[in-house]
Design a protein. Structure first.
Ligand code: IVH
Length: 685
């Protein structure tokens, strides 16, 4: 049967016709936009149609129907949700947590046994789906119109959250075509990760509490008594099953076919839903989706296998509250609870202090985690993590584990607020946090053994000096035993000193010495990068080497000269200049050279010799012989920058005839003004 016309009772005037037309248009475009992610009309056009409908409904309240697109928003805040008894109970599902193949194999073996299938019988066909990490919802459609949306509750009785679910653009308010008079669609309401991040950002901006994860945020939105607030949380929906359905209208024989029908009716069905035959294909599916997990735009916590044929589902039936025909096969949890045993502060190569929570070991995201970063002072304060606290730890993919939140109700009385130390925990030097920076830094430089260790490892790494065999353990010993105090000490190591270190056989000592010897022959970019100047990565080191050709030119360059290097901005230029302004850093370079570290020096590139390097010019008016572009090219070839407006940073203004406000500005600021001849004189100098 088809959807009956809800306007049967209304007089069919021109307005009624237009309202019907607008319903059709708005339903169509909402589906394109929310479900298919492929809008056909601009947002503004949609808004215009929407407002037209709102206006017509305001003029004719009798034309407002429950499936009207205007009914997605609005509705009054509730005192509480009404209870709803589910026509068909919402069951839970048995879970296999085994990360190995056996999860799928056990299930398939059980199904085959219960169906009395023998070795010779063909493999059972399954539907395989992601297990979405949101909350289950039952959508009830009567004659194609959404009349009720309810949470799972205890499986028998849930809550009527229709107002809030209506606000979800992906949930059809009305479905067309051969629809059973009663159709209950079940699925998961969830929040995409990007929507979750954006929501939390907004919460933070408003000074309101943030959500721990997308699932909590989604659950909070669905159970929000004020639908206006729910409407601001951008929820999404995936259909994955059915509740009550009037029999005999449509006759699909498999779960997968049903999902295709739901899709055709406009419900979002996940693109990763598929069919699989036998245990081996389920295992492959589990692995494939597991590999995709971190790149999906939403959280999943496993996959679900369902016997595909509906007659077989019926034969298998239920045990207590779980169907025998379905199982959830989980992935290792990405969030777990554990306790904070200590908060330590680690010192990085550039002196950055990072608070790290030392945790009671916990298996999360597939590995045992004992450390989780607290990032910096502000983050630590925002999360208010204290020693002894029970915390949620998250590890997703290769991302370093982090503390998501504290469970305040589990806090021990007297737990002390964590504060960042104002001295370096390793060397005792002052630690300072510069204005506008998030991090505290140890001011000890290479006096700080933690920084020295990191500096040595940085210097020795493959992409820098490539000293094979100089790893963590050896560096720890060299620094702790004060064998290496400054970088050049590396090249002063002798066999006896090395071989006397713990767990260092003569053979490996020889290898290290050989690697050190080999590393002396290097290139300027590698050497520069290896020095560990803040903000100078491999790419910048290459740019510097290309531009200046020689180390001495770099060491002596002014900030302005450094700014001439492509891709070097003020922060980087300042950092390089400051580094080489320190006598002890120049000393390190000299000693390394004296130890035999060398590289082919290029000729300083013409750019570095340019007479006007670092100078900023502004051109105004018409010059007697040179066109503006010519003048600009000449200046730039000499290393100058040509800017469009005059400021205190302008070195010269070149003015011709009919010079305008730029000339006035130059006079006002006392910037020297040149004519063309004076400019040429500078170029020739
Ligand atoms: S089917 C009788 N399919 O997992 C089978 N459930 O206990 C009923 N879930 O909270 C569930 N993704 O909300 C099914 N593709 C999926 C699912 C899924 C997530 C949730 C569901 C429920 C729990 C099952």
């Amino acid at each position: 049967m088809t959807t009956p016309d809800l306007f049967d009772a209304a007089p069919a005037g021109p307005d009624t016709k237009r309202v019907q037309e607008l319903h059709r248009l708005l339903h169509h475009h909402a589906h394109r936009y929310y479900v298919l992610d492929a809008p056909e009309i601009p947002d503004a056009e949609y808004d215009r149609l929407f407002r037209e409908l709102q206006a017509l409904e305001a003029a004719h309240p009798e034309l407002v129907t429950p499936d009207s697109p205007t009914q997605r928003v609005g509705g009054r805040p509730l005192e509480q949700f009404a209870s709803v008894r589910h026509a068909v109970p919402m069951l839970s599902i048995r879970t296999e947590t085994d990360t190995e193949a056996s999860g799928a194999e056990n299930f398939d073996a059980r199904v085959r046994r219960e169906l009395a299938l023998g070795e010779g019988d063909p493999p059972v066909e399954y539907a395989a789906e992601p297990k979405f990490d949101g909350l289950a919802i039952n959508l009830r459609y009567e004659h194609g119109v959404l009349v009720l949306a309810a949470t799972r509750g205890d499986g028998e009785v849930g809550e009527d959250v229709t107002q809030n679910i209506r606000t979800i653009g992906q949930v059809p308010l009305r479905i067309e075509g051969q629809v059973p008079p009663v159709l209950e669609v079940r699925g998961e309401v969830y929040l995409r990760r990007d929507d979750f991040e954006a929501l939390n950002e907004k919460q933070r901006a408003k000074g309101e509490k943030t959500f721990v994860n997308p699932r909590n945020a989604a659950a909070g939105a669905v159970r929000q008594l004020d639908p206006a607030i729910a409407a601001q949380r951008p929820l999404s929906f995936f259909a994955y099953g059915l509740g009550e359905v009037t029999p005999g209208i449509v006759r699909y024989t498999s779960h997968f076919e049903w999902l295709q029908a739901l899709k055709a009716w406009g419900f979002p069905v996940c693109e990763h839903v598929t069919t699989a035959r036998g245990a081996a294909e389920l295992v492959a599916y589990h692995r494939r989706i597991g590999a995709l997990r971190d790149s999906l735009p939403y959280d999943i916590d496993g996959v679900v296998y369902k016997v595909n044929r509906l007659d077989l589902q019926e034969r298998l039936g239920f045990v207590t509250r779980e169907p025998r025909w379905a199982v959830a096969h989980k992935y290792p949890a990405q969030e777990m609870l554990t306790t904070v045993q200590a908060i330590e502060v680690q010192v990085g190569r550039t002196g950055k202090l990072t608070p790290v929570a030392k945790l009671a070991p916990v298996f999360v995201g597939g590995v045992t985690v004992t450390n989780a970063t607290l990032h910096n002072e502000d983050e630590a304060r925002r999360k208010d993590v204290r020693v002894g606290d029970t915390v949620i730890v998250r590890r997703a993919g290769d991302v370093i584990p982090e503390v998501v939140a504290v469970l305040p109700e589990k806090r021990q009385p007297g737990a002390e607020v964590f504060t960042m130390p104002h001295t370096c925990p390793v060397c005792g030097s002052a630690a300072v946090r510069e204005e506008g920076e998030a991090d505290y830094r140890c001011t000890g430089g290479l006096f700080c053994s933690a920084q020295r260790k990191q500096a040595l490892l940085h210097f020795a790494q493959r992409r820098a000096m490539d000293i094979e065999g100089l790893g963590d353990k050896l560096v720890d010993q060299l620094v702790d035993n004060e064998v290496v105090k400054v970088l050049p000490d590396l090249y002063r190591l002798g066999l006896t000193a090395l071989a006397s270190l713990e767990r260092m056989a003569e053979k490996s000592a020889m290898n290290v010495l050989e690697a050190l010897e080999k590393s002396k022959r290097t290139t300027l970019p590698r050497f520069l990068f290896g020095l560990g100047i803040r903000h100078v990565g491999e790419a910048t080191a290459k740019d510097l080497a290309r531009h200046f050709g020689q180390l001495d030119a770099i060491m002596d360059a002014s900030v302005d000269t450094l700014l001439q290097v492509p891709d070097v901005g003020p922060v980087v230029a300042e950092s390089i200049h400051t580094f080489f302004a320190q006598p002890h850093n120049r000393e390190v370079v000299e000693q390394l050279r004296a130890c035999g570290v060398h590289w082919p020096e290029g000729a300083p590139s013409p750019a570095a010799q340019q007479p006007l390097a670092g100078k900023t010019f502004v051109l105004t008016g018409t010059l007697p012989t040179l066109g503006r572009d010519e003048a600009k090219a000449l200046l730039e070839a000499a290393g100058a920058k040509v800017a469009g407006s005059v400021s205190k940073k302008t070195d010269y203004v070149v003015a011709g005839e009919e010079a305008g406000s730029k000339l006035d500005k130059a006079r006002e600021l006392g910037v020297p003004v040149l004519d063309e001849a004076a400019m040429r004189a500078l170029l020739d100098a």
